[in-house]
Design a protein around this ligand. Structure first.
Ligand SMILES: [Zn+2]
Ligand SMILES: [Zn+2]
Length: 342
């Protein structure tokens, strides 16, 4: 099912507007409140064929998507397209943080960031080198975790004193037991195969108080993907993410000793809840020294991550607007653009 939003006033395409948080028409300026969104605005086509061939309603062009794509734009006419059947049932996100940073703001933020001299060599990145900038909703699992911690340790207190000609060292031993119950809420783990985990971790934090119940219009005009990994798949990673916090907390409860040695430390972490959410990321792509680079920015806070995050070949598809699944298609494009075989 393809979802496109048509303006009730003028019939033009509508897109999500990060400034007002509404579904907005660029032609006549009409704005629709998404939280009270009426489904009447949806012009839906049900494709009988499950072979995943979708057509743009405006121009009829085939939308070439990857299996993960849930929102994209028509590469011929630019219309915002949402693929409804990949966002329903098990695949329905519970919540979304909508973009609050516009494309222009993202560009400006990158400029500022460059001027701060965070990048070398000189001239590595200036705004005019930006070749593509794409707003992307990345699938995440947010875990609520509970950890039961049992600790059995031995603490020592050492005192040294002098009496007569002798120096005495007195060591007292203490048995230390701790029984701790810890709750962690909204531990984020990215569920997209393409995104580099380390980079996604660095884009945090997101402000989760801004999470909104998911509605498809938030995706209009952006690229979105569905999860590649289930919450069960990624639970070990969520546990790893809180490991340091747990350790730090344990040591904070055992203080005042000269030394502490652990005899037993049992940490049992269970999932209380996991919800599927979409979080906004700006991907900026530009070239320097005949090499392509991609940079990522938190689409809510503007935090920039300045290391080439991911495999260019995989990410290139987001910027071309054509997510090709066929090798032949890619090769043809390469030839048309004057590129060689690879
Ligand atoms: Zn309009
Ligand atoms: Zn089109």
């Amino acid at each position: 099912m393809i979802i496109q939003y048509k303006c009730p006033n003028c019939g033009d395409d509508m897109e999500f507007d990060s400034e007002t948080g509404t579904l907005s028409c660029h032609s006549c300026g009409r704005k629709e409140n998404i939280e009270e969104f009426s489904e009447d605005l949806i012009t839906a086509t049900f494709s009988e064929d499950e072979a995943n061939e979708y057509h743009c309603e405006n121009c009829g062009a085939i939308l070439i998507t990857e299996a993960e794509t849930t929102a994209t734009t028509c590469s011929f006419c630019g219309a915002a397209v949402v693929i409804g059947d990949r966002l329903s049932g098990m695949l329905a996100p519970a919540k979304v943080i909508p973009f609050t940073i516009s494309k222009d703001e993202a560009k400006k933020a990158f400029q500022t960031w460059c001027k701060n001299g965070l990048l070398t060599p000189k001239g590595f990145m200036t705004a005019d080198r930006i070749k593509g900038i794409t707003g992307m909703y990345v699938p995440f699992w947010l875990y609520d975790l509970n950890s039961k911690v049992k600790v059995d340790a031995q603490g020592t207190k050492v005192r040294t004193y002098t009496r007569g000609d002798y120096i005495y060292t007195e060591t007292k031993y203490f048995d230390v037991y701790r029984d701790i119950n810890l709750d962690y809420v909204k531990v984020p783990v990215d569920a997209s195969e393409k995104m580099n985990d380390e980079i996604m971790d660095k884009l945090e934090p997101y402000h989760y108080d801004q999470l909104k119940p998911f509605k498809t219009p938030y995706l209009a005009g952006y690229i979105a993907e569905k999860y590649n990994y289930t919450d069960a798949d990624l639970l070990p990673r969520a546990k790893t993410k809180i490991q340091n916090f747990i350790e730090t907390y344990i040591s904070s409860t055992i203080s005042g000793y000269s030394s502490v040695s652990y005899k037993h430390k049992q940490i049992n972490t269970k999932k209380k809840n996991a919800s599927y959410v979409l979080l906004p990321v700006w991907m900026v792509y530009y070239d320097f020294d005949k090499t392509e680079h991609t940079f990522a920015m938190n689409g809510q806070t503007g935090k920039v991550i300045g290391k080439p995050p991911i495999s260019y070949s995989k990410v290139a598809l987001w910027f071309s607007g054509i997510a090709g699944t066929s090798f032949i298609t890619l090769k043809l494009i390469s030839l048309i653009m004057g590129g060689g075989f690879w």
